[in-house]
Design a binder for this molecule. Structure first.
Ligand code: SF4
Length: 67
């Protein structure tokens, strides 16, 4: 895990509620992890959709269309 100079500032804008994650606030690692899995990071999701921890693109589209 690399040191991130911006981690504290990033955390101020991070909506991810999955607290055990070691990538919180280290956005480059967060994005790379989810991209590798064909997913999107928490900050793309609405608050309710984020809490499902389903970071799939299908869930992103579903949550954005369910208004
Ligand atoms: S979106 Fe995923 S990788 Fe990023 S902090 Fe949350 S659980 Fe971790």
């Amino acid at each position: 895990m690399m040191d991130c100079q911006n981690q504290k500032n990033n955390l101020a804008n991070c909506n991810c509620s999955y607290n055990p994650c070691s990538r919180k606030g280290i956005c480059c690692e967060c994005i790379a992890y989810h991209r590798k899995n064909g997913e999107l990071p928490a900050c793309f999701f609405t608050s309710n959709a984020e809490k499902t921890y389903d970071r799939s693109i299908a869930n992103f589209i579903k949550s954005r269309n369910a208004k």
